[in-house]
Design a protein around this ligand. Structure first.
Ligand code: SF4
Length: 97
């Protein structure tokens, strides 16, 4: 599966109101999906960790590494939002969770 990440070229990230940091806004919605919980070490919060610690943590690495592996293991948000060739209306649907 080819992924065309919307934010990779901007070197940006997304900070939630509670201090959690995720790679992008789409990933904040992915927190409701099991993929997120299978690939986090719970160290994404700016109240408890530095930005560098967060960027170096398991979640950020798992997102990138998931693009090169088994299609079934690609990050849920990346697959739904940034998959090359996806149907135009194939975005997040809560019934997919
Ligand atoms: S969903 Fe994944 S591929 Fe898309 S912008 Fe976010 S991190 Fe990048």
């Amino acid at each position: 599966m080819k992924i065309d990440c919307e934010v990779l070229g901007y070197r940006s990230l997304f900070v939630l109101a509670n201090g959690d940091v995720v790679p992008c806004c789409h990933m904040s919605a992915a927190k409701v999906h099991q993929w997120y919980w299978d690939n986090t070490d719970g160290k994404e919060n700016l109240h408890e960790h530095t930005l560098q610690e967060i960027i170096d943590n398991r979640l950020f690495k798992a997102v990138h590494e998931s693009w090169d592996g088994d299609d079934a293991k690609v990050c849920f948000a990346c697959r739904k939002v940034c998959r090359v060739g996806k149907e135009k209306n194939d975005e997040f649907r809560y019934e997919d969770l």
